[in-house]
Structure formats: C-alpha cells, structure tokens
Design a protein around this ligand. Structure first.
Ligand SMILES: [Mg+2]
Length: 279
C-alpha cells in the first residue's frame, strides 16, 4: 500500500479549535473498525487461518502469506476476495450462495467460514482497543457528551464485547440493524443520522469520528457538527479531501486539548488571590 504525502492542511481546525467545537456539541458517534479497535489485524489473522488450512488440505505447497492478503483480498467484498485468492493458486470453486453453510466448498461457503473463524478468533483472543481511543471516550463522557457506535460491520456487537466496551454504548448502529431497518450504509449519512436521532440529537449536534474515506464522506454529506478523521494509514490529505474538519493519527492527541478547553470545575471555596494560580 502506498500513502499519499501529507500536504499542509490550511482549512482544517487546530486541535484546540476542534476540542472547543466538540465541547459545544452533544454526542460523539464513533466508527468501530480502525477507530476504536484495530480490527483489521483480526481479519488478516482469520483469512490466514482459513487459507492456510484450505491450501494444505488441497496439497498446495505455496503457502498463504500476508502478501496474498494485500494482493487478492484487502478492500474487496468478502466473496470477491475468496474467488481472487483461490484463482491465484489455480483453484476454481462453484459460487454457491450467501446462505451456504461454512463447511461447503464453495466461494460463499469459504467466505462464510472466514467469518466464523473471525468471530472464533475474537472470542478466544479478545481484542485490545486503541488506548488513545479509550482515553478519548473517557474524556468526552467526562465532558458530558453522549456516545454511540456506527459501524457497517455485521460483527460490531461481537467486536465490542471482545474489546470489553459493549457496556459503554447505549446505541450501536451496525450492519445488522441497518439491514433490518433498511437504512442506507456509508458513504450515505443515514446510519449516523439515525444513531444521533436515537440519542435525541440532530446531526449539527453530533461529532462523527471516522478512519475511512467513505465514513468521512458520510459525516460531511450529513452536515454533522464536527467530522474528525483518524489516520490509520490512508493519509491525512485523503481524509481532509473526503471532508474531515480535523485529522489526528490517534485520538489521544485530543485528550489534553479537551481537558484544557473544558470549563474549570466549580469549586465550593471562595476564589482567592488571583496572583497565585495563574501560572
Ligand atoms: Mg473504520
């Protein structure tokens, strides 16, 4: 993967500006994969487990590697990745159908098996959320903002449980809920709008936090109060171009500005001589 060179961003907010705008809003809507949890690593691990076993079972000696993941699977819809990976080793399987059991030797069966492996790996190993994201979550909650998760994934519930964070979010708008309710996915803003509505907030009162181009676009086109990009490798400029108001490499960067921009806590004691405290 190549990264675009980060160009200076003249029209984005500084961290103190972003923090103070954020404190004027009412809710923070978090994407999950890549924002709260490093889920991509688990996906890669699950693909490796699936194809290492599959190639071995077929007596193919050229092993599955991470290079295969980046060449044939990364960024594609699941079944397209399966088909391309199999073709790289000269294997052609029937397509099957998305309802195929994971045991079936079809393109869809293998794709579904990958998802079973993914959830099993998560449940066995758990997943550590990004520490900076947890610190940011703590800071916005301390500041009195509400929080929700808005994810395209159908695995959001299992990822949040594996990360030990399920209880932190009253609203989880994920791929299962969106499909059930017929809500358009990202880059349409609809899942973010609906999560905000469930918290009693208009888009203008919400922050969208995203690491993907399509998710930032959703925040921009929905006229949210703040669109916060998290650069996990796509490049700052790509997120700015998609419509982010500010981009960070890690949400930890906003924790100190949030504390600094927060109104001073009310103290019950009378103010004393101002010359002492203002250093
Ligand atoms: Mg993401």
């Amino acid at each position: 993967m190549t990264q675009p060179i980060d160009a200076p961003a003249n029209d984005t907010l500084s961290l103190p500006e972003a923090a103070s705008r954020l404190l004027g809003l009412r809710a923070v809507l978090f994407d999950l994969d890549g924002v709260i949890t490093p889920t991509a690593e688990i996906h890669m691990h699950a693909w490796a487990k699936l194809f290492s076993a599959e190639l071995a079972a077929r007596g193919i000696t050229e092993p599955y590697t991470d290079a295969d993941y980046f060449q044939y699977i990364d960024g594609k819809p699941r079944y397209d990745g399966v088909r391309a990976m199999l073709a790289s080793r000269g294997i052609v399987l029937p397509e099957g159908s998305p309802s195929d059991a994971p045991e079936l030797e079809t393109v869809c069966g293998l794709g579904n098996r990958k998802n079973s492996v993914f959830t099993a790996v998560l449940e066995e190993d758990g997943i550590a959320p990004y520490p900076g994201s947890v610190a940011f979550l703590d800071a916005v909650e301390r500041a009195g903002l509400q929080v929700a998760v808005v994810s395209s994934s159908k695995n959001a519930e299992v990822v949040l449980r594996a990360a030990g964070l399920r209880d932190r979010f009253g609203v989880v708008m994920d791929g299962v809920v969106a499909a059930h309710e017929g809500i358009a996915g990202k880059p349409a803003p609809d899942t973010y709008v609906e999560a905000g509505r469930l918290l009693g907030c208009s888009p203008a009162e919400c922050v969208v936090v995203e690491d993907a181009h399509s998710g930032v676009q959703a925040g921009r086109s929905g006229d949210f109060g703040l669109v916060l990009g998290v650069d996990r490798g796509i490049g700052h400029q790509a997120l700015i171009d998609a419509g982010a108001d500010v981009v960070v490499d890690d949400l930890e960067e906003l924790v100190a500005p949030l504390i600094e921009a927060s109104p001073a806590p009310q103290t019950p004691t009378a103010p004393h001589d101002s010359s002492e405290d203002q250093a």
